[in-house]
Design a binder for this molecule. Structure first.
Ligand code: NAD
Length: 423
C-alpha cells in the first residue's frame, strides 16, 4: 500500500493491518473488500484550543476515525493520552469494526482521541478541553452516525460534558450521542463495570475449555488498575479466585496471599496511585507480567507484552483486556506455546461495547432496563461470541486471535457484498 500519511506509520496500525491481511488471506477475501477495509472510511483531524487555568491557550491535536459503518452507526471510545495519533486511533477503530461484528452488534468501528496527558489538568481545564474537542467533531458524530464512549484517560464525567456540549449545539438533550455516561443523565446500569466483567466472563469460558477449576488456588495478575483492570479485579474476587498482583503506569504490587479489591480501591481513591500501598510488596510492570500465575490480564495499554516478555510468560490463560497488548513478535512466540490459552482483545474486552450498545438502545427508546437484565444479556452475548470464535479456531485450525478476526471480517465482507457498491 502507498504510504498515505507518515502518521499512519505507527506500530499498532501496522500490527492490526498485518493481522487483517492474514485473516483476509485465510478467508480468500474479495479483493475490492480487502482494499476498502485496510484503511478507514473517514478520518477527521482537528485542532483543539483550550484555556489553561493560568490564562494561556494550549492547542492539542484531536482525532476521530470511522473505519467502517456497513452494519450500522460507528462506535468507539475516546482516548486522552500523550501518545495518541492518527495511526493509533485508526488501528483502534479497525479493531472496533471486527469486535462489533464478531459479537453480532449492529454497529461499525470508530475511535477518537486527543494527544494530551490528562493527569496534570485541573477539572476545569479537562472540561474546557473536552467541550472544545466535542464542538470540533460534533458535525462528524451523532446518534445515527458515530457514538463515542470512554477509553483510556476518559471517564463518565468526560462523557457527561461531551453529551452536554453536543446537546447545547443541537438545542435539545441528546443522551444517545454518547455512551458510558453517568446513570443520572441516561447512562446504563452496569456500563462502568461491563468491560472488566466481560473479561472475567471469557475467563470463565476459557477455564471450562482447558478444564481448569476456578477456585482460591487460581492466581491472577492484572496490569492496569483503571476502569477495566479495577472492575476485572472486583469480579475475579467475586468468582473466588485470588488477585496476587496489580499495577499502574508507575508501579506494581505483589502479595502471594492476595490483594483485596476494596482495600486497594479505597487507597487509590485517596492517593491516586498504587505507590505506598502497604499490604503488598512493590514490583515492576515487567515482573508482574512474568509472575507464576494461572491467569494474566493485561488491562493497560498496547504493546506491553513484547517478544522478550512473551518468552517468559508463565500463565495458562492470557485474557487481553487492553487493546493490542501483544506485539506481533510476542504473538508469534505465544502461538507456539501449547499450554497457553489466549483470549484475544476483540473478544475479551467486548463487554464494554456490548453494554454501550444496550445504553444506546435504552436511550433511543427512553426505556431503561434493570442491572440483572443487562448482566444476563451481556453474559449471553459474550458466551455466544466466545463459542463462535472457538468453533472457527477448531474448524480452520487457527489461533484464537485469527479466529476472532476471521469471524468479524467474514461478517463485514458478507454485509458489504450484500449491500453492493454505491453508486
Ligand atoms: P484507564 O485510563 O481507566 O486505566 C488505564 C490503567 O493502565 C491505569 O491504571 C494506568 O496507570 C495504567 N497504565 C497505562 N499505561 C501503562 C503502561 N504502559 N504500563 C502499565 N500500566 C499502564 O483505561 P481503561 O479504560 O481501563 O482502558 C485500559 C485498556 O482497555 C485500553 O487498552 C483500552 O483501549 C481498553 N478498553 C477499554 C474499554 C473501556 O470500556 N474503558 C473497553 C474496551 C477496551
Amino acid at each position: 500500500m502507498k504510504k498515505i500519511s507518515a502518521e499512519w506509520d505507527n506500530p499498532l496500525f501496522k500490527q492490526v493491518q498485518t493481522q487483517f491481511e492474514e485473516a483476509a488471506a485465510l478467508l480468500s477475501l474479495d479483493d475490492n473488500i480487502f482494499y476498502r477495509l485496510r484503511i478507514p472510511d473517514k478520518v477527521l483531524i482537528v485542532a483543539v484550543p483550550f484555556r489553561r487555568d493560568d490564562g494561556r491557550v494550549q492547542v492539542v491535536p484531536g482525532y476521530r476515525v470511522q473505519h467502517n459503518d456497513v452494519l450500522g452507526p460507528c462506535k468507539g471510545g475516546i482516548r486522552y493520552h500523550q501518545n495518541v495519533n492518527l495511526g493509533e486511533v485508526s488501528a483502534l477503530a479497525m479493531l472496533m469494526t471486527w469486535k462489533c461484528a464478531l459479537v453480532g452488534l449492529p454497529l461499525g468501528g470508530a475511535k477518537g482521541g486527543v494527544q494530551i496527558d490528562p493527569t496534570p489538568l485541573s477539572r476545569a481545564e479537562l472540561q474546557r478541553m473536552t467541550r472544545r474537542y466535542t464542538a470540533e467533531i460534533a458535525h462528524f458524530v451523532g446518534p445515527n452516525r458515530d457514538i463515542p464512549a470512554p477509553d483510556m484517560g476518559t471517564n463518565e464525567q468526560v462523557m457527561a460534558w461531551f453529551m452536554d456540549t453536543y446537546s447545547q449545539i443541537q438545542g435539545h438533550s441528546v443522551p444517545e450521542v454518547v455512551t458510558g455516561k453517568p446513570v443520572v443523565i441516561g447512562g446504563s446500569l452496569g456500563r462502568k463495570e461491563a468491560t472488566g466483567r466481560g473479561v472475567v466472563y471469557t475467563i470463565i469460558e476459557a477455564a471450562k475449555k482447558i478444564k481448569m477449576e476456578l477456585n482460591s488456588q487460581v492466581r491472577v495478575a492484572i496490569q492496569g488498575f483503571g476502569n477495566v483492570g479495577s472492575f476485572a479485579h472486583k469480579k475475579i474476587e467475586k468468582i473466588g479466585c485470588k488477585v496476587v498482583a496489580v499495577s499502574d503506569v508507575n508501579t506494581g504490587l505483589y502479595n502471594p496471599n492476595g490483594i483485596s479489591y476494596e482495600a486497594l480501591r479505597e487507597y487509590v481513591e485517596k492517593n491516586n496511585t498504587l505507590q505506598g500501598f502497604s499490604e503488598a510488596e512493590m514490583i515492576s510492570n515487567e515482573e508482574l507480567l512474568t509472575l507464576p500465575v494461572e491467569v494474566l490480564i493485561p488491562a493497560a495499554s498496547e504493546g506491553t507484552i513484547t517478544g522478550a516478555i512473551a518468552k517468559n510468560l508463565k500463565c495458562r490463560i492470557l485474557a487481553e483486556a487492553a487493546n493490542g497488548p501483544c506485539t506481533l513478535e510476542a504473538d508469534k512466540i505465544l502461538n507456539q506455546n501449547p499450554n497457553l490459552f489466549i483470549i484475544p482483545d476483540v473478544l475479551a474486552n467486548a463487554g464494554g461495547v456490548i453494554v454501550s450498545y444496550f445504553e444506546w438502545v435504552q436511550d433511543l427508546q427512553n426505556f431503561f432496563w434493570n442491572e440483572k437484565e443487562i448482566n444476563e444479556r451481556l453474559w449471553e452475548i459474550m458466551q455466544k461470541g466466545f463459542h463462535n470464535v472457538v468453533k472457527m479456531s477448531e474448524e480452520k485450525k487457527v489461533s484464537m486471535r485469527m479466529a476472532a478476526l476471521m469471524t468479524g471480517v467474514h461478517i463485514i465482507s458478507q454485509a458489504m457484498l450484500t449491500r453492493g457498491l454505491y453508486p
